[in-house]
Design a protein around this ligand. Structure first.
Ligand code: PGA
Length: 252
């Protein structure tokens, strides 16, 4: 098994309350116990209401916390109900998911995502930038053109590549128990990495995660793909057992 750093990033979505610290606590303990076994980074992207509480309550050392979205405005402002990157950073977030398809479906455009990325990078947050095609786009053979558009209209040469992690999440795979065919996934990952390099005009290979219905059973299928730097895990990250089993099974 490779000793390359792998990311296991949980996306709790709209889940959790103060009682859920048990889940984080168990994952943090697992992170501690397994710290010397493999090079891995565990991140939990939780609702904004929980970031500060978890950070203070648990003095987390073996996992990092992240947020799932933000308002693009860099400073405070008249945006009722919104939270920006500065506030998330102050609350204890080190990572942030941006461009998730669930937000794109609510009307978030590539232009808005770009502004959010700029403000998150400005606050030195690590950005997990999601791209992916819908089922309709896939069957029309438009996967690559959609991914290209999402990348080219959002990213810029001046962005700090060291603070951006790509996440390929086919929309049809999220929460559906359907995953891409492995050879298709290998090609798509390669395509995304190349587009990213071309857009940012860099030689350095970007980091990329796969996300969409990852679970303890199917994780073994992905471990053969060397080019994947980790996983963005939704539903299964809401259970400490499932999330830990995903990591254990990955390294089996
Ligand atoms: P899922 O979600 O693992 O529940 O499919 C992934 C995501 O939305 O990031």
């Amino acid at each position: 098994m490779t000793n390359k750093l792998k990311y296991f990033i949980g996306n709790w979505k709209m889940f959790g309350d103060f009682g859920s610290f048990n889940i984080i606590h168990k994952i943090n303990q697992f992170g501690y116990k397994s710290r010397k076994l493999n090079k891995k980074k565990i991140v939990l992207c939780v609702p904004n209401t929980l970031i500060h509480f978890f950070k203070k309550k648990l003095r987390l050392k073996h996992i990092s916390l992240g947020a799932q979205n933000c308002h693009p405005h860099k400073s405070y402002g008249p945006f009722t109900g919104s939270v920006n990157a500065l506030m998330l950073k102050k609350a204890g977030a080190e990572y942030i998911i941006l461009g998730h398809s669930e937000n794109r479906l609510e009307g978030e455009t590539n232009q808005i995502i770009k502004k959010k990325i700029i403000s998150a990078l400005d606050k030195k947050l690590n950005v997990i930038f999601c791209v992916g095609e819908t089922h309709k786009e896939k069957i029309k053979g438009r996967t690559f053109s959609i991914l290209r558009k999402q990348i080219r209209s959002t990213l810029e040469k001046k962005f700090n590549i060291n603070k951006i992690i790509l996440a390929y999440e086919p929309v049809w795979s999220i929460g559906t128990n359907r995953i891409p065919k492995i050879n298709e996934l290998i090609n798509t990952i390669k395509f995304i990495k190349n587009e990213f390099k071309k857009t940012l005009k860099i030689k350095k290979i970007p980091k990329i995660l796969y996300g969409g219905s990852v679970n303890p059973k199917n994780i073994r299928l992905f471990s053969s793909i060397r080019d994947i730097d980790g996983f963005l895990i939704g539903g299964a990250s809401q259970s400490s057992k499932k999330f830990i089993d995903i990591i254990k099974n990955y390294y089996k």
